[in-house]
Design a protein around this ligand. Structure first.
Ligand SMILES: [Zn+2]
Length: 137
């Protein structure tokens, strides 16, 4: 079990507060445009598809596919030295949007582009839980 003390914490903004509140409850929220139904991530005040300003929050299924990944061999600071995962990944949610995240509970030898993933949450503080992904069996 690694500690998260000293890590760079996200700072929720009015645009992202709902996302972080849900993450604290281990729910992954993304936005959906009520004008054209497009899902998007990261949170923005407007739809990147149609330019509409009517964005709703919806709970993502939590399933994703591995699009790409890279390995971080040297931690950016001592706070990250105990992390059991140093796999930085781009994943595509089943709803469509892509997320930059980490893959956890998986060795590099087992990982392949296209792998099916599911979201898990790491509780970093009482206020911040980080969505990460692990392979599904
Ligand atoms: Zn739209």
């Amino acid at each position: 079990m690694s500690t998260h003390e000293g890590k760079n914490l996200p700072r929720p903004t009015p645009e992202t507060q709902a996302y972080w509140d849900a993450a604290k409850d281990h729910r992954l929220l993304i936005q959906q445009c009520s004008d054209c139904d497009t899902h998007q991530f990261y949170p923005r005040p407007h739809c990147t598809q149609c330019g509409g300003m009517n964005m709703d929050w919806v709970e993502a299924n939590g399933s994703a596919t591995l699009v790409s990944y890279s390995v971080i061999n040297r931690p950016v600071s001592k706070a990250y030295a105990d992390d059991d995962s140093a796999i930085l990944a781009l994943v595509r949610l089943v709803e469509g949007p892509q997320m930059m995240t980490n893959i956890v509970d998986c060795g590099l030898a087992d990982l392949a582009i296209g792998d099916a993933l599911t979201v898990v949450f790491e509780d970093w503080t009482d206020e911040i839980s980080m969505p990460k992904f692990k392979r599904t069996r």
